[in-house]
Design a protein around this ligand. Structure first.
Ligand code: AMP
Length: 464
């Protein structure tokens, strides 16, 4: 199967060929024809499957087939919502790359940066807008954007948007969009909340699910290194040095833990930077670009900040701490072995994390091989201690944190009690299957385009 056989225009096929893609991935092979038909889509696809091109390519084709009304600024005709700034930037980058031979204009808007250049950009006319919900609502409130011509809406990583507490923001945005539109919903997992959102949003959607749900990508070599909790840092430094790892993405559970590790690695002569919600957007962008171009050896990230990180053939992912939500393990290691490349994911696991490991193995339906590194043998008599699941910051209203200069939120986890790691994930419906039958249309009531007067109210302190 080739891209042209899927019915894509020559300009688009040429752009993907230049990217070195020889054939569509399974999600692309199914999603592209479905989206080209103009219907709604509910797609279950994990990160790394090529889902971005799965919606971007047909979206570009549909928009370019119909030129915008002559005269005046070009209205936004496609809106893509993503949970994080990094993912938004990355998706828009893909839109540019795949649409380079088309006459469509795209833009990305997210918080943590000056709004004024975005206002100018929007005023100059944009066909495809990629946005995070919070900043989009800011623009709607200020009347600096008009969404009354949106023909296609994409909710990317919808499960993560809900996890991050964006549901009310999303509903406000949906209420403003024109009733007649094509809706595409992408999600890695299907909780009851996602099913409810899909039910209200999608009209007899095509349903696609690729890769086993919550299965870890087969090409990733996964391994556990059992180690004592206070020897994780020396073990990581040892692995990086002895195995000559040049590009390593390391996950910590907390922002504080990320900062501390960066400091410790620096003392070992290993260049590392942290990326998390307390960092300014410019620091995050810099860390990511240095990591991508290979000048930064280690990027230490928390789960939310790492969403959307896509680096071709990232060779090493390290779980310095195991995530307390098992699904995050799948998201984390999805950073490596992307689109057919091989990768290695190692987890440094201490006695406190044994229950978390059990939860992960249950989710991915396999037990992970364990390998003790000589010189780092764990103490067999060590007793588990309660785990600190979050940084020492007060929770904000609406489940958001305060004291966050980047306006960036991190996912809230239940405050731990001693032994709390044993508690099952609070959302057991998360890994449920795709809804069995196509839902009937129950779209939100149509509202006229946003104006200053009737733009939606944002809740105070929302992440953007
Ligand atoms: P995504 O799941 O959309 O984040 O994509 C993961 C990675 O796969 C990105 O680095 C894409 O550039 C790459 N990719 C997307 N489609 C293809 C394809 N058909 N063949 C090879 N690589 C692809």
């Amino acid at each position: 199967m080739s891209f042209s056989e899927l019915g894509l225009a020559n300009e688009i096929v040429r752009a993907v060929t230049e990217q070195g893609y020889s054939a569509p991935t399974p999600i692309q092979a199914q999603a592209i024809p479905a989206v080209l038909c103009g219907g709604d889509l509910l797609a279950g696809a994990q990160t790394g499957t090529g889902k971005t091109a799965g919606f971007t390519l047909p979206l570009l084709q549909r928009l370019s087939a119909k030129s915008p009304a002559a005269g005046g600024a070009r209205p936004v005709r496609a809106l893509v919502l993503t949970p994080t700034r990094e993912l938004a930037a990355q998706v828009e980058d893909s839109v540019r790359t795949y649409g380079k031979y088309l006459k469509l204009k795209s833009a990305v808007i997210f918080g943590g940066v000056n709004i004024n250049p975005q206002i100018k950009l929007l005023a100059s006319g944009v066909d495809i807008l990629v946005a995070t919900p919070g900043r989009l609502l800011d623009h709607l409130q200020q009347g600096t954007i008009n969404l009354s011509h949106v023909e296609i809406l994409v909710l990317d990583e919808a499960d993560r948007m809900l996890d991050m507490g964006f549901i009310r923001d999303i509903r406000r945005i949906l209420a403003i969009l024109p009733k007649q539109r094509q809706n595409l919903l992408f999600s890695a997992t299907f909780s009851d909340e996602i099913k409810a959102l899909a039910d209200g949003l999608l009209n007899s959607p095509a349903m696609i699910e690729v890769a086993r749900r919550n299965s870890t990508v087969e090409v990733i070599d996964q391994k556990i290194h059992p180690v004592d909790r206070n020897r994780k840092h020396p073990l990581l430094a040892h692995l990086i040095k002895s195995q000559n790892w040049t590009q390593v993405l390391v996950f910590t559970r907390t922002k504080h833990g990320a900062n501390k590790l960066v400091e410790q690695l620096g003392k070992d002569g290993i260049t590392a930077m942290a990326i998390h919600g307390n960092k300014s957007q410019s620091a995050r962008t810099r860390a990511l670009s240095e990591f991508k171009d290979g000048s930064l050896q280690v990027l230490v990230a928390t789960d939310i900040a790492a969403r959307g990180i896509d680096i071709d053939q990232l060779p090493h992912v390290v779980n310095y701490d195991l995530p307390n939500v098992p699904e995050d393990y799948v998201h984390r290691i999805g950073r490596t072995g992307r689109a057919g490349a091989t990768g290695e994911a190692v987890s440094l696991v201490c006695v406190d994390e044994h229950d978390m490991l059990k939860g992960i193995e249950k989710l991915i339906k396999r037990s992970l091989p364990q390998e003790v590194v000589p010189g780092f043998e764990p103490d067999p008599n060590a007793r588990p201690q309660p785990i600190q699941l979050r940084s020492n910051m007060p929770p904000a209203r609406n489940g958001r944190r305060q004291g966050n200069p980047a306006g960036k939120q991190e996912r809230q986890h239940a405050a731990p009690q001693p032994g709390a790691a044993k508690a099952p994930h609070k959302n057991p419906g998360k890994a449920g299957p795709l809804p069995a039958a196509a839902s009937t249309a129950k779209r939100p009531a149509a509202k006229p385009p946003a104006t200053k007067a009737q733009a939606p109210q944002r809740s105070a302190g929302r992440g953007r």
